[in-house]
Ligand binder design. Structure first.
Ligand SMILES: Cc1cc2nc3c(=O)[nH]c(=O)nc-3n(C[C@H](O)[C@H](O)[C@H](O)COP(=O)(O)OP(=O)(O)OC[C@H]3O[C@@H](n4cnc5c(N)ncnc54)[C@H](O)[C@@H]3O)c2cc1C
Ligand code: SF4
Length: 252
């Protein structure tokens, strides 16, 4: 892990400006970014700590739906009465993600931005070829061990999966990512690999996730989340699905 500078942002605008500089990265709970820095995948020159920004950890619920601040902790969202009542699939997806310690530390904004668990991607010292890490270098997974890789949404450049649980439930109920003033449907926020697997999200330098909005609906109120995995706890999904009854909604 190489040296980096640390800046504690005092406003969303300051955080966006600092994170737009080359080599800068936002730091929220740090539960995945620090891992990526340790294994040499993330090599930030500076970390912009956003965890002290005020007003980004709230959960607001009204008749239109829920607006969850990007800094809300996974455990807080999972256990929120309004989320459990209005969006059970969201609560269940979060409860089944990671471990209690991680959920207490990790934010929903960071959860959306987590990167693939493809073992070749996370092991640069042994596998130089990874188009997601080094565009144009090839793909060590294709022709390698691919248990845990994707069967849908692949390309000739990359067959990695996206590992998060929350997003499955968000896609099912047409959630929207707030990037400050800009709004992007969750479905459009995540990009297929195509020929540019290094570009995973529809987010530009100088933007950050400020909130996630989930429209309320009868389907969302009667929803559930199903996760299939190798063991029943502390494991990423082999496959997952979210769906609701009584007026549409479903996905996986
Ligand atoms: C052992 C282990 C098991 C796990 N199991 C699961 C699992 O089963 N299911 C699951 O869903 N997840 C799982 N995770 C992933 C975990 O949920 C993520 O590590 C966590 O959600 C990331 O949130 P964070 O706040 O810590 O993000 P950070 O580590 O701080 O940041 C992650 C990334 O997001 C960026 N970022 C952070 N906040 C913002 C923002 N507001 N706007 C734009 N970019 C931002 C950062 O720059 C960084 O690139 C697991 C993680 C570990 C370590
Ligand atoms: S599947 Fe994608 S992330 Fe994994 S080695 Fe290939 S290019 Fe890299």
């Amino acid at each position: 892990m190489r040296d980096f500078s640390y800046l504690r942002a005092t406003s969303v605008d300051a955080a966006r400006q600092a994170a737009a500089l080359p080599g800068a990265m936002l730091l929220a709970g740090g539960t995945t970014l620090i891992d990526l820095a340790k294994c040499g995948v993330a090599e930030p020159d500076s970390l912009v700590d956003i965890t002290h920004l005020k007003g980004l950890d709230t959960i607001e619920i009204d008749e239109r739906g829920a607006v969850i601040g990007a800094l809300a902790r996974m455990s807080h969202v999972a256990d929120h009465a309004g989320i459990k009542g209005g969006f059970p699939a969201v609560s269940e997806a979060l409860w089944q993600a990671a471990s209690a310690q991680l959920r207490n530390m990790a934010t929903v904004g960071g959860n959306l931005m987590q990167r693939t668990r493809c073992p070749y991607f996370r092991d640069p010292s042994n596998f130089a070829a990874c188009n997601k890490r080094e565009p144009g270098s090839g793909c060590s997974a294709i022709g390698g061990v691919t248990r845990g890789h994707a069967v849908l949404g692949t390309s000739e450049s990359c067959i990695a999966t996206y590992p998060g649980d929350l997003v499955t439930a968000l896609v099912a109920f047409d959630a929207v990512v707030h990037l400050g003033e800009r709004r992007v449907l969750v479905d459009d926020f995540f990009l297929l690999p195509g020929t540019t697997p290094q570009k995973e999200h529809a987010i530009e330098p100088g933007e950050m996730i400020t909130a996630i909005e989930i429209p309320g609906s009868a389907a969302a109120r009667r929803s559930t989340y199903v996760k299939v995995r190798d063991r029943q706890s502390y494991e990423f999904a082999a496959a997952s699905a979210a769906g609701g009854g009584g007026g549409g909604g479903g996905g996986g």
